[in-house]
Design a protein around this ligand. Sequence first.
Ligand SMILES: Cc1cc2nc3c(=O)[nH]c(=O)nc-3n(C[C@H](O)[C@H](O)[C@H](O)COP(=O)(O)OP(=O)(O)OC[C@H]3O[C@@H](n4cnc5c(N)ncnc54)[C@H](O)[C@@H]3O)c2cc1C
Length: 385
Amino acid sequence: MMKKYNVAIIGAGAAGLSAAGAALRRGRSVVILDMGDRPARKVAASGGGRCNFTNMAAGRDRYFGKNPDFVRGALARVRPSDILDWAAGHGLGWVEKNPGQMFCKTGAADIVRALMQDANDAEILYNTPVKNVRREQSGFAVEHDGGIIFAERLIIATGGISFATLGVSDTGYTVAKQFGHKIIPPRPALCAIDTNAFPAEWAGVSIRAEIKIGSRKISGDMLFTHFGIGGPAVYSASLAGTDNDIIINLMPDIDVLDWLRNQKHKNGKKSIHTLLGMHLPTQIARHFGTTNGNIADTRDTTLAQIAGQITNFKIPARTWRHHGMAAAEVTFGGVDTGDISSKTMESKLCPGLFFAGEVMDITGDLGGFNLQWAWASGRVAGENA
Ligand SMILES: Cc1cc2nc3c(=O)[nH]c(=O)nc-3n(C[C@H](O)[C@H](O)[C@H](O)COP(=O)(O)OP(=O)(O)OC[C@H]3O[C@@H](n4cnc5c(N)ncnc54)[C@H](O)[C@@H]3O)c2cc1C
């Protein structure tokens, strides 16, 4: 007789393994199918191999998608402090790089090991891409290259479709659609931005900046490249759509106009570009300091114009685009959360079908928020499947 499992999970990534641990703790029999030859390849590569595995600031305002409120239930059930407890329970330590941003002290491989310890009693089928899912009378038939498995409950934890070199597929979206779920069109996020709306000679320059996009203000490092802009602040800004202007304050740490007026008295004989060079890389200072003569001879209205250009450097909407799926850390969009229960992660359209992690239309900010979402939604799905 064909073996039947209580729970089948498609995807042995962050969310799938988190779900497996939770289901096993309830005494459920679990099978995990993964197309890759090893578990959690994105976790292993995360945070440059150091795995930024959570962020203490995880809350609704750090998540994006059609309905970010969807995260509230799972994040209240599984808080960042619960994830620190989980890590400590496995003997793992962490390092707080920026306030609240937690990296594994001994590296991402140890996080993968801890996940695998929790999933130890699951059967894991590697090199097993799932092709198709069928609803059966008492559960699901999951078809893969090498055959078919049966389970009462099914958790889709197939992740997003970005960063394909680490192994991705759109099977999660296909299966969701098959059961009537809507898909919010996927696009890259947490990625660089293509634009030529800045002087070519800025390529190679990096600065600390403040980026305004939509209703968000993001402070952090950014760099200008030969194709556009990148760096952490830009990655975070890339959560927004291309219908937004990107407004960059290139000198966020001082009141630029006030400082220029002050310099007029203190350093009147100096040129504007020399003075700007005290706060800006030469290439950028030169661009804004083209006015001839010294600052003492420059009118205050001109200084105000220069200050305005520096603090509101604009990359207009639709003159930029996301750099591409290949190098994007996450996929924006995915399975519409409108038809999923935020309390259990179960489909409202197909009882017994659950979703976990990035496959859903929830995208976290840069800084450990996406893994926190994978752990939390995975654990909730595993506790209910
Ligand atoms: C380079 C990089 C660095 C990152 N760094 C961080 C970080 O430091 N902190 C952070 O919070 N987030 C980080 N992220 C994002 C984070 O890794 C993901 O959001 C998270 O892994 C999503 O978890 P998931 O389980 O939903 O999907 P995944 O971890 O992607 O797992 C999905 C799994 O499903 C399997 N699968 C897919 N389709 C099929 C199929 N048809 N059949 C069988 N198996 C299938 C895949 O093989 C994969 O193992 C990073 C992402 C990348 C690409």
